[in-house]
Design a protein around this ligand. Structure first.
Ligand SMILES: NC(=O)c1ccc[n+]([C@@H]2O[C@H](COP(=O)([O-])OP(=O)(O)OC[C@H]3O[C@@H](n4cnc5c(N)ncnc54)[C@H](O)[C@@H]3O)[C@@H](O)[C@H]2O)c1
Length: 257
């Protein structure tokens, strides 16, 4: 973080899944633009590393190791953030992922895990944030959907991952529903739907399937894999005052696909 901006100055932002990948990039971008971060993840080492990176760059962050698919840790996470800061202005529900494979051999336990990881986590965190933001009549909630909400060609065609597609389509519906519920309280609720974004975890996989007819670059009109900053900038926009009149939308950041 060389230059610091002010697009979310003095906001308290809670980001889940901040120990790696897009969650880390989102947390760092919000901190760079002046937000104070409360970060949660199930993975302690990466979380401590993100916290260190933000502090080294002059930002402010604390972190909590928590499984956000479980009710009690989520309640404790929000209670702790409110006790420390008195308010939460921005919630980013980044936790998600999972792979269920071909539908004809998919396991029921993988289905349950993926729905739980992507949807239950967003539900539990949003419920806590909504109760508080509704009272304050102010707040921003941003969920992570995916291009997979409509079936991602390379994944669907070659590997199968219908549970993930169902969960990310569910995020779109959840986003719309909660946006309508919270509109009269001045709280906006939106989603970002990334296309293929290179992270430490996803990069090697994308390169392996690049030669295929429906490979990620071939199937993406802008002809490149995205970078975490593409997603972090979209989340920043939705979290900032620039998006005051935007709610209930799923913003595709997917290179035109
Ligand atoms: N990277 C992409 O290409 C891409 C594309 C579309 C959508 N997305 C979505 O964006 C989000 C972030 O993706 P990513 O690629 O950075 O994923 P990632 O797997 O690198 O990061 C997910 C983070 O969530 C944490 N986590 C997992 N289970 C948890 C739990 N129960 N409680 C708390 N934390 C938990 C992990 O430790 C990890 O830090 C996900 O919702 C994903 O589905 C990513």
């Amino acid at each position: 973080m060389q230059s610091r901006g002010h697009r979310v100055a003095n906001k308290i932002a809670l980001v889940t899944g901040a120990s790696a990948g897009l969650g880390r990039a989102i947390a760092m971008r919000l901190a760079e633009e002046g937000a104070t971060l409360v970060m949660a993840d199930i993975e302690a080492n990466g979380l401590a590393e993100t916290e260190r990176m933000i502090r080294d760059a002059g930002g402010t962050a604390t972190s909590v190791v928590a499984d956000v698919t479980e009710e009690a840790p989520v309640k404790a996470l929000f209670a702790g953030a409110l006790a420390a800061h008195g308010r939460i202005d921005i919630l980013v529900n980044d936790v998600g992922g999972g792979s269920s494979g071909r539908i004809w051999e998919a396991k029921a336990e993988d289905w349950d895990f993926i729905i739980r990881l992507n949807l239950r986590s967003a539900f539990l965190c949003t419920r806590e944030a909504a109760a508080h933001m509704r009272e304050r009549r102010s707040g921003r909630i941003i969920n992570l959907s995916s291009g997979s909400r409509e079936g991602t060609p390379w994944t669907a065609y070659y590997m199968g991952n219908s549970a993930y597609s169902a969960a990310k389509a569910g995020i779109h519906g959840f986003t719309r529903g909660v946006a309508l519920e919270l509109a009269e309280y001045g709280v906006t609720v939106n989603a970002v739907a990334p296309g293929p974004i290179e992270t430490e975890k996803t990069g090697p996989g994308f390169r392996q399937i690049e030669h295929l007819e429906y490979g990620p670059i071939r199937a993406t009109p802008l002809r490149r894999i995205g970078v975490p900053a593409d997603i972090a900038n979209a989340v920043l926009y939705l979290a900032s005052d620039e998006a005051n009149y935007v709610t209930g939308t799923t913003l595709a950041v997917a290179g035109g696909r």
